[in-house]
Design a protein around this ligand. Structure first.
Ligand SMILES: Nc1nc2c(ncn2[C@@H]2O[C@H](COP(=O)(O)OP(=O)(O)OP(=O)(O)O)[C@@H](O)[C@H]2O)c(=O)[nH]1
Length: 198
């Protein structure tokens, strides 16, 4: 087994209503693939990614949770210990946007301010079905003091930018002093597949 080098590790939990695109965002980031068939996440899925930043490597543990109501009681245990909470809504579903407040509240209850929260409006390709404008998303994020970005898992729009934004905000990655930190983070991910137990 390879020796463990000091590697910064972070838990990212993906939350949001059923079918907003949590799994699709992760799949696009990890494998650059998109699947139109919907397969509900059962409980939670777990992936580990190594991310190569400008001058350091970090390991991200991605927790892809189920949006379905019947798994709701499990959510606090998934949020526990997370460094980052990614709250996803569907820009074509106003309800999922409204519900994003509840998800953020749940994160705050569990983690207080010890967590980076990113609100993500996904499915930007659904131009004709859009029910939530980017301005509304930005305003809500500002009100709730969380980060914000719109993405399109289907087209790949802003997926790398999302992870770049997260990486630049991670505690311990603050050595990049530029105000444009995000621009300095080169994101590429590979699935971690053993070799080191850390
Ligand atoms: N048009 C469009 N469809 C998308 C996009 N992202 C996801 N979808 C579709 O939306 C459906 C749900 O996507 P998932 O990624 O499974 O959603 P989820 O949030 O993980 O769902 P749960 O596991 O039930 O919580 C699938 O049919 C995806 O193909 C997108 O950017 N654009």
């Amino acid at each position: 087994m390879a020796p463990c080098t000091a590697l910064a590790k972070y838990k990212l939990v993906f939350l949001g209503d059923q079918s907003v695109g949590k799994t699709s965002i992760i799949t696009r980031f990890m494998y650059d693939k998109f699947d139109t068939t919907y397969q509900a996440t059962i409980g939670t899925d777990f992936l580990s990614a190594t991310m190569y930043l400008e001058d350091q490597t970090v390991r991200l543990y991605l927790w892809d949770t189920a949006g379905q109501e019947r798994f709701r009681s499990l959510i606090p245990s998934y949020i526990r210990g997370s460094s980052v909470a990614v709250i996803v809504y569907d820009v074509a579903s106003r309800q999922s946007f409204l519900n994003s407040s509840n998800w953020i509240e749940e994160v705050r209850t569990e983690r207080g301010s010890d967590v980076i929260v990113v609100m993500v409006g996904n499915k930007t390709d659904l131009v004709d079905k859009r029910q939530v404008s980017i301005e509304e998303g930005e305003a809500k994020a500002r009100d709730l003091s969380v980060m914000f970005i719109e993405t399109g898992a289907k087209t790949g729009f802003n997926i790398k930018a999302l992870f770049r934004k997260i990486a630049a905000a991670l505690p311990g990655i603050g050595t990049l002093s530029s105000t444009k930190q995000e621009d300095m983070v080169d994101v590429s991910a590979s699935q971690f597949s053993g070799g080191c137990a850390c």
